[in-house]
Design a protein around this ligand. Sequence first.
Ligand SMILES: [Cu+2]
Length: 117
Amino acid sequence: MLRPSLFAAPLLACALFSCKKTELPPAPLQSGTVPIAVTDEGFTPSKVRLEKGKPATLVFTRTSAHTCAERVKFKALNVDEALPLQTPVSIKVPTETAQTLTFTCGMDMYASSVVVE
Ligand SMILES: [Cu+2]
């Protein structure tokens, strides 16, 4: 005869450990020059937190020829810049207002964000 506890045990273990969604630690709050690499995987880091009221410039450097992110677009800022290989491209981000700005590659892929907070 099967004991019900044998079935319950894996479920309990799942609830306690493995299936619990682990939260990543929040990205550090930054200001000044913030480097972003553009690789095969897209933008790294893909989420940047900026300190409200402090000047901030994102510096994008594309390090891969095999990425479609040959441009970076910030729709809300009307920014659409080419990212030549191995060439740093600076984009100043307004930080007067707390807001989330999304940036993508030229084809609206690799959706990434800058959170001013
Ligand atoms: Cu793309």
